[in-house]
Design a protein around this ligand. Structure first.
Ligand SMILES: C[C@](O)(C(=O)O)[C@H](CC(=O)O)C(=O)O
Ligand SMILES: [Mg+2]
Length: 301
């Protein structure tokens, strides 16, 4: 009830240990706090908090409109709903290296287990689109150094994301990755990798955990967990997938309502009231007041 009782420091320590375990960590993106509970219940190892989803949720394109306050607030709302570690998208760090330092402290306060900072210029864009641009190595390194120096919990995972692959190719991306790891990055997010061989080459070049971004409609094929584990990938994110699934279902439902004048035909595919209450742990709130859950809930699933 109310929810996670696991302190952020403990989640971070567990995340570090899990990344060392050799087991692929699967992090679906929570599109709201409630979906983070679903992710935990289904047995995933962590929860991703996507910048693209936070922006889309606000009806904005993912080009750097969201503020640190909005992202940290959402990070806190989602992190408090799960015992799992959360990894949050800190975009370019919301400004200059000095701003990156503040970003890290605010996200740390929000209770996330890790965050990633990317080397795109502002305004940034989705890493799987053409026409993006990256900052020079010196600026990218400064962002990571500022992040590492600013954290107060040494277990807060500072992940460097490089977008160089889509701009200058794999060789340049590997060079950039090495510089970011030398700057103190605990893990690496090589964006828009084109093949398993590219992940393999990145794996051979650096010795920190590597993330694969299995975003749909992007530059990477949707590899299986086994394919990714076999080439030495340590974490995989499905950043926007649950939002896409939910919005797809919402659109189909609305079309049916227009066509049929009722949602009767949709009910079988809906989450039931019973299941929603189960996820909310509704019954547990009787601990405060036993009159709260004194009714029958239809159990049909
Ligand atoms: C991972 C990502 O940064 C995100 O914000 O979720 C996006 C995802 C997407 O737009 O598909 C990205 O730049 O890859
Ligand atoms: Mg993003």
């Amino acid at each position: 009830m109310l929810y996670s009782t696991v302190p952020a420091a403990e989640k971070r320590a567990r995340f570090r240990a899990a990344l060392d375990s050799g087991v692929l960590q699967r992090l679906p993106g929570a599109f709201n706090p409630l979906s983070a509970r679903l992710i935990q219940e289904k047995g995933f190892e962590g929860v991703y908090i996507s910048g693209a989803v936070i922006a889309a949720d606000l009806g904005l394109p993912d080009i750097g409109f969201t503020t640190l306050t909005e992202v940290a607030t959402r990070g806190g709302q989602i992190s408090r709903m799960t015992d799992l570690p959360t990894l949050i998208d800190a975009d370019t760090g919301f400004g200059e290296p000095m701003n990156v330092a503040r970003t890290v402290q605010e996200l740390e306060n929000a209770g996330v287990a890790g965050l990633h900072i990317e080397d795109q210029v502002n305004p940034k864009r989705c890493g799987h689109l053409d026409g993006k641009a990256v900052v020079d190595a010196d600026t990218a390194v400064k962002r990571i150094k500022a992040a590492v120096d600013a954290r107060r919990d040494p277990n807060l995972l500072v992940m460097a994301r490089t977008d160089v692959r889509g701009v200058e190719g794999l060789g340049a991306a590997i060079d950039r990755a090495k510089q970011l790891v030398d700057a103190g990055a605990d893990a690496l997010f090589p964006e828009a990798m084109a093949s398993l061989e590219e992940f393999e080459a990145m794996r051979a070049a650096i010795d920190v955990p590597i993330l694969a971004n299995m975003t749909e409609f992007g530059k990477s094929e949707l590899f299986t967990n086994k394919q990714l584990a076999d080439v030495g990938v340590n974490l995989v994110i499905y950043p926007v997938s649950l939002l896409r699934i939910a919005m797809g279902a919402a659109e189909r439902g609305l079309d049916r309502l227009v066509d049929e004048g009722s949602l009767k035909g949709e009910v079988a595919g809906m989450q039931t009231r019973a299941r929603l209450y189960e996820l909310l742990d509704y019954e547990a709130y009787n601990a405060f007041d036993t009159s709260l859950f004194n009714f029958d809930v239809p159990t049909a699933r």
